[in-house]
Write a protein that binds this ligand. Structure first.
Ligand SMILES: *Cc1c(COP(=O)(O)O)cnc(C)c1O
Length: 506
């Protein structure tokens, strides 16, 4: 393939992306394909002879497009947003095109230094505590990880190493494996699945803490669990608090939890994967009160801050703990400039993360932050919240429904009043239509639906359209059961008559 061909076809790809995004509203949000559809369309082996653009490009529309779920459609209202914006896509293209792998400073100084700078930018935009900034005098700093899950695992492994290093000198006769086997991690039953997965992968015993009725971590239970575990010879090591839980967007009380962690010498990680983006607006910062207690923090610009996947920011209060846990050296990895780097605070990010190779992800974050600017990032979040409020008011005004959690950002949790099966059926009717995507969740055994504001282009008319689909689907569920309940009444009457007859004949 030569450069001129690429020039021509890459421009076509840009046109394709623009047309796709501008017309996404007209596409059915969920695909109609059956599992295995692609096996029937694509050969089971790679081609022996090279193929040409002219045969490949039409296959995108023929084979791939029908199997897409349109995450950026205004009718996609499940999970949380998949960040996306033109400035970010532009950065992503540059990152692929420049193609550097920046795990050591000298392997692309721009890649490392831009990441240090934009992580400080973002920390300041969000009003994070100073100690997370690289430019602050302390030992803090930030890095872009591939996902929130990776950030949580990195935090866990760091906490594990710190605890082992604290315990070993106190008990020189106990071997490291014995110490590691006694470590315990704590998190609420409403924390993301990624937290439990991190503990699974990191081989740390878990102690899920029952949440309060509103889905927040019960601080007194955390305290009791830590005390109890110590009495039983275990070693409390790691606590995860969530700002914006996945099910209901609940906010754990960092002031209470943080003071417990501080008193107990336990690492506090704060998971703000979704809700962290809201802190660019000063009016939401009350939700992160107590963040100064956190040893580490993750938030995903690839969720709600207009940056496309993957871009998950991770900050640590004291990077020395991270380096202790993650540094493995080889001669071939040694950086010629290490001495100057140490003086000038230029990290070798390979010692801050799980992979060795790393992409130039800072570009898309940098370009996105510049092209929106603080003012438009704030406008974006505020507009999205106002749409959640619109949907909330629809629910509140309709006696068939009830809210299941307060709406504070872009998520509305609701259910049909009455038996659970009604809400489950509502979801299945909506999904069968493939016109709107929602998902279900539970809090303390109560099942509900999540309506999240996701697409960056969503406006009030989309909310109204979604509401109409939900409202009609609810009508359909009710009428289905209206017939059924008449049948049930008839059956019951017959049963009574039979019992009566049986009674008489006895
Ligand atoms: C989405 C989410 C995660 C996982 O983030 P990934 O980047 O998908 O790994 C973790 N915690 C919370 C609260 C989330 O909403």
């Amino acid at each position: 393939m030569d450069a001129e061909e690429f020039r021509k076809h890459a421009k076509m790809a840009i046109d394709y992306i623009i047309d796709y995004n501008e017309n996404i509203r007209n596409r059915q949000v969920l695909p109609s394909v059956e599992p295995g559809y692609l096996h029937k369309l694509i050969p089971s082996t790679a081609p022996a002879a090279p193929e040409d653009w002219s045969v490949i490009i039409p296959d995108i529309e023929r084979f791939i497009q029908p199997g897409l779920t349109h995450w950026n459609s205004p009718n996609f209202n499940g999970f949380f947003p998949a960040g996306n914006s033109y400035p970010s896509i532009f950065g992503e293209i540059l990152s692929a095109g420049l193609g550097c792998v920046g795990f050591n400073w000298m392997l692309s100084p721009a890649c490392t230094e831009l990441e240090v700078i934009v992580l400080d930018w973002l920390a300041k935009l969000m009003g994070l505590p100073e100690h997370f900034l690289a430019e602050a005098p302390g030992p803090g700093g930030g890095i872009i990880q591939g996902s929130g899950s990776e950030g949580i695992l990195v935090a866990l492994l760091t906490a594990k190493e710190r605890t082992v290093r604290q315990i070993k000198p106190l008990h020189p006769n106990i071997d490291e494996g014995t110490v590691k086997a006694k470590l315990v991690a704590y998190f609420s039953d409403q924390s993301n699945s990624a937290v439990e997965k991190a503990c699974l992968l990191g081989s740390v015993r878990i102690r899920p803490i029952k949440s309060n009725p509103n889905g927040t971590l019960k601080a007194c239970q955390l305290k009791n669990a830590i005390v109890e575990d110590r009495e039983n010879g275990l070693i409390p090591c790691f606590v995860v608090a969530t700002l914006g839980t996945t099910a209901t967007c609940a906010f754990d009380d960092l002031t209470q939890i943080g003071s417990i962690c501080e008193a107990e010498g336990v690492w506090l990680h704060v998971d703000a994967a979704y809700a962290g983006a809201a802190f660019v607006c000063p009016e939401y910062r009350y939700l992160m009160a107590g963040l100064e207690y956190a040893d580490s923090l993750n938030m995903n610009p690839h969720k709600w801050l207009l940056v496309n996947f993957d871009c998950s920011c991770f900050w640590v209060k004291d990077r020395a703990h991270l380096l202790n846990a993650f540094t493995v050296d080889r001669d071939y990895l040694r950086d010629h400039y290490s001495e100057i780097m140490r003086q000038n605070w230029a990290p070798n990010f390979r010692n801050w993360e799980i992979p060795l190779g790393r992409r130039f992800r800072a570009l898309k974050l940098w370009i996105t932050l510049r092209m929106f600017g603080e003012s438009n990032l704030r406008n974006f979040i505020r507009k999205q919240v106002s749409m959640a409020k619109r949907f909330e008011s629809k629910i509140q005004a309709d006696s068939r429904f009830e809210l299941c959690a307060p709406v504070c950002l872009g998520l509305v949790c609701f259910r049909i009043v009455g038996e659970e099966f009604l809400t489950r059926e509502l979801l299945s009717v909506v999904l069968d239509s493939r016109e709107l995507f929602l998902n279900g969740a539970t809090l303390h055994g109560k099942y509900f639906l999540r309506y999240a504001i996701c697409s960056r282009d969503m406006d009030l008319s989309d909310v109204d359209k979604g509401w109409t689909i939900i409202s009609n689907a609810t009508e359909a569920v009710f009428s289905r059961h209206a017939n059924k309940s008449q049948q049930v009444i008839a059956d019951m009457t017959n049963a009574n008559v039979n019992t009566l007859k049986a009674g008489i004949s006895r």
